[in-house]
Write a new protein. Structure first.
Lengths: 253, 335
């Protein structure tokens, strides 16, 4: 009971923090919309070509954008953690009997919400532009990508606590972001790439999420690809939460 | 000292506490075997220069950092084996603050109360109580980022005592406060002691250690070099100086000095600046003896002055350095 209460308390604290910064909320929604507005037209000529078998560019492209949003929503967690280390908040909370896991989860859950809400906006906006939603698939997809956000968020927090420095964190996170997102085929399907690229992609956990997301967006909820996606994401979340909780346990300025 | 006291009689008890860090490929021994006993209900000060090991000691006692060796009991619980019990019984006010800057003071306090398992009604009551006693009322619903330094410190102290801890730890609580805010904080801490709370604080201000602590430990290079009440320490380690200036023509300084040179209560004698300066350990005894002797000799004085020893004298005597100049550049503690 106490444990659940603590999660709720930390979640509430984090949500209040976010809602007090309307810029974050605004950017969270406007950036993916810009992506669609500016990038989707580039894909038009590809319709019907290799990698876009259905001929519906947005149906292939949107799951990728959603995965990118899921990644981005979790990425910033480490910055906030470093800031909280420097202002002594984490030290103070570590002297209380509060669960370290609950402390981590408060931020992770906030990031998940900050992924799902803009994602729904983007999905709805995409419909008049030719996106064909399969609602069951969409909701399962959001669940899957929420796991991605959670693992990125917990990993970013753990990195923040370990590196303790905004500069190093920025270098590591942006350094990881590019290969992870490109090698998952978020923007362009990897079936367009050479063999070695596809082999490399299989080492990237995010690849499985994006593959599954494309199936789910197309309305296929029961496929091997989807179960693989969930399996890999569940493993990633467990590992990331484990690492994150361990870091909070030892956090030092 | 009673032989049969158990650890739970003490607010803090440590034996042979050790901690080392690696920094820049160098092993830095932050604590080299610290033995400490703090009885309940007092204000206990850790005095020492920056890098002496004060913060490291405090971090071990508050469960933030594991010790390498030795034992520590806080409020009767073993810091290593029962950290959760320790956490429930202590409060902590860190050096760098710790208030959530993007929340209001009230939100900060409410969260703190709920984390310690207080009900929301209980929490609300306690928040109002603290807002009253620490004078936070006027700004408790404002975002902490907008607070002044003194306001923030008061909120941070309120956070530390929200759950009425048995032992409150404060790391350099008055650093950066102006004299008025500092004196207010001292008063608050004294009031808190009246309610039975044990208070452990670190400081590098001599005046703070002297005025505020009931007992104190002087720490240098990871060791406790002296421990006792401020008065005891000054008595034990450092001598007062009695300065005698005879009336002109009454007696030569050399003659006057000779009269006291072999007295047992005099530990040092200098003739300088037109006066005879006697170092004495027991001031009361010495003054009585001096006046008795002078009356017998019929020597009249123009002035007599007495300089009490300061804690800096104690530090100087023990380490050969002055505490005021000891802000040596040591790798950031517990970094």
């Amino acid at each position: 009971m106490m444990f659940l209460l603590q999660i709720a308390l930390f979640f509430r604290r984090k949500m209040l923090e976010t809602l007090r910064q309307p810029v974050w909320v605004f950017m969270g929604i406007s950036v993916p919309l810009l992506y669609m507005a500016l990038f989707a037209p580039l894909l038009k000529p590809l319709a019907g070509g290799p990698g876009f078998p259905s001929g519906r560019v947005l149906d292939t492209f949107l799951p990728g954008i959603l995965a990118l949003m899921a990644f981005g929503a979790g990425m910033g967690a480490g910055w906030i953690v470093i800031w909280e280390l420097q202002s002594g908040v984490i030290e103070r909370l570590r002297v209380t009997p509060a669960s370290r896991f609950a402390l981590l989860l408060g931020g992770v859950m906030r990031d998940v919400v900050m992924f799902i809400v803009p994602a729904l906006v983007v999905i709805v906006v995409a419909i008049p532009f030719g996106f064909h939603p399969h609602w069951t698939g969409i909701f399962v997809l959001l669940g899957l990508l929420a796991l991605l956000t959670a693992s990125v968020s917990a990993t970013s927090s753990a990195l923040g606590i370990t590196l303790k420095e905004i500069g190093s964190l920025a270098a590591v996170v942006t350094g990881l972001q590019l290969p992870l997102t490109l090698l998952s085929g978020v923007l362009l399907p990897l079936s367009l790439g050479p063999d070695w690229l596809r082999v490399l992609a299989h080492l990237n956990p995010m690849y499985y999420a994006v593959e599954a997301a494309r199936d789910l967006a197309a309305g296929t909820t029961a496929s091997i690809v989807v179960s693989e996606g969930f399996l890999v994401m569940c493993a990633a979340v467990v590992a990331a939460l484990w690492w994150g909780t361990g870091s909070y346990r030892k956090a030092m300025t | 000292m009673p032989v049969t006291r158990s650890s739970s009689d003490y607010a803090v008890r440590t034996t042979a506490l050790r901690k080392a860090f690696r920094a820049n490929k160098q092993q830095i021994e932050a604590l080299k075997g610290v033995d400490l006993e703090v009885t309940r209900g007092q204000i206990f000060g850790f005095l020492g220069p920056n890098g002496a090991g004060k913060t490291t000691a405090l971090r071990i006692l508050t469960t933030l950092l594991p010790a390498d060796a030795g034992e520590a009991f806080v409020a009767g619980a073993d810091v290593r084996r029962r950290p959760q019990d320790v956490r429930r019984r202590i409060g902590y006010v860190g050096q760098i603050g710790g208030a959530d800057l993007s929340a209001t003071g009230r939100e900060n306090l409410s969260l703190q109360g709920r984390l310690y398992g207080m009900t929301s009604a209980e929490t609300a009551r306690r928040v109002n109580e603290l807002a009253e006693s620490l004078d936070l009322k006027a700004f408790s619903d404002r975002i902490v980022r907008t607070y002044s330094g003194g306001q923030r410190r008061r909120l941070e102290v309120a956070l530390g005592i929200m759950h009425r801890p048995e032992v409150l730890f404060l790391d350099e609580p008055t650093t950066g406060l102006d004299p008025q805010n500092r004196n207010n904080l001292w008063d608050q801490l004294r009031l808190l002691r009246e309610t039975g709370t044990t208070i452990c604080l670190t400081t590098h201000y001599l005046e703070e250690a002297d005025q505020l602590s009931d007992r104190l430990a002087i720490i240098d290079h990871g060791r406790i070099i002296a421990e006792g009440t401020p008065h005891e320490l000054k008595q034990r380690f450092a001598a007062s100086t009695i300065r005698l200036v005879p009336k002109p023509g009454a007696v030569s300084l050399e003659q006057l000095g000779r009269e006291f040179a072999h007295e047992t209560f005099v530990s040092g004698l200098q003739v300088k600046d037109g006066s005879v300066q006697l170092r004495v350990t027991d001031t009361t005894e010495a003054l009585a003896a001096i006046f008795g002797r002078l009356r017998n000799l019929g020597i009249e004085l123009r002035t007599v002055s007495l300089t009490e020893p300061s804690l800096d004298d104690v530090f100087l005597q023990e380490t050969g350095r002055s505490l005021r100049d000891s802000g040596e550049p040591v790798a950031k503690e517990a970094a």
